[in-house]
Design a protein around this ligand. Sequence first.
Ligand code: NAD
Length: 369
Amino acid sequence: LSVGVVRESEPGERRVALVPKLVERLAKRGLRVVVESGAGGGAMLDDVAFEQAGARIGDAWSADIVVKVAPPTSAEISRLPSGAVLIGFLRPLSDVDKIAELEKAGVTGFAMESIPRISRAQAMDALSSQSSVAGYRAVLAAAERLPRFFPMLTTAAGTMPPAKVLVLGVGVSGLQALATAKRLGAQTTGYDVRPEVAEQVRSVGATWLDLGIEAVGEGGYARELTGDERAEQQRRLTEAITRFDVVITTALVPGRRAPTLVTAEAVRGMPAGAVVIDLAGETGGNCELSEPGRDVVAHDVTIFAPLNLPADMPAHASELYARNLTELIELLLDDEGRLALDFSDEIVSGACVAVGGAAKKAKKEAENR
Ligand code: NAD
């Protein structure tokens, strides 16, 4: 069985789906790894590093299992052989047409973002691993833009107070942002609509901001707020936000537009030089003034909604992603290292978003058994 590691084509995507360490692990399972020349370049991994780990440089697109980070373009889909398996972030909720193209091409697609978030699948959870990178990088982006120190500094020229950082939406990325800001010496506060998050916020040394609005949805995620709740939340947040130098927002509701947590009025109330980092830019943004991918300055406040932060830290982001991906590949193999898709496993059935030839065959075999 062969695994193909292809070069990413999305602008700015510097991650690679497999790193040499994990190539070795797959090779031990009897898999042949083929790497497209230059695939690791963005993550500072050259072809030689892959060859030394046992991979061959060659036509990765015709492998049995093709692994990627970003979704394929239509031209890339046409390079995949019928019967192939493709694994990557396939954006199944927003890229419905692409999923249909994959199926039409006979390709079985596994979406990393569709792996159920159950404890058995934790090692495969690429949403979490990449969110951690994003949360960490968000704090660095904020620190770089803030015209003040993050830590309290006592110097002969006077004492500078620590920066006050508020994180809105404390899932995986928000929690990492709180921990990172704390390490840089900031005074940290976290807010979420899921009350169980309070404990986690305190565990990373932050203060819990309680606005008295709870919105727990399905599967451990937040639900969308009602109109009244939203108005109340915005009113209370607008008041609270005036006390902070940095606001980092990460609030998402699966399948919905990101909620607006930082209104233009709230930005107007922030101190001069304050910074808003909005991690929800890809789904509409949490700040009313965000422009995805750009710095915006309004009322002397800098608002930045970065796109694809994990790609800015490609070495560790790729390594974590590669480990998540390898765990999934291993789940798709039998003891002899052959492809054995078991659709009675909720991870396999949950992650499979395009039912191509390989999946159809496996499903039929399961029925006949
Ligand atoms: P996410 O990226 O979907 O959302 C980020 C945060 O925004 C969430 O904490 C959410 O509650 C919050 N949010 C949404 N709407 C909001 C609003 N209007 N106001 C304020 N905050 C709002 O979240 P995530 O990082 O993917 O984590 C979601 C859940 O999945 C968490 O409960 C997390 O612990 C859980 N999880 C479980 C596992 C596992 O068991 N394997 C792994 C990872 C995450």
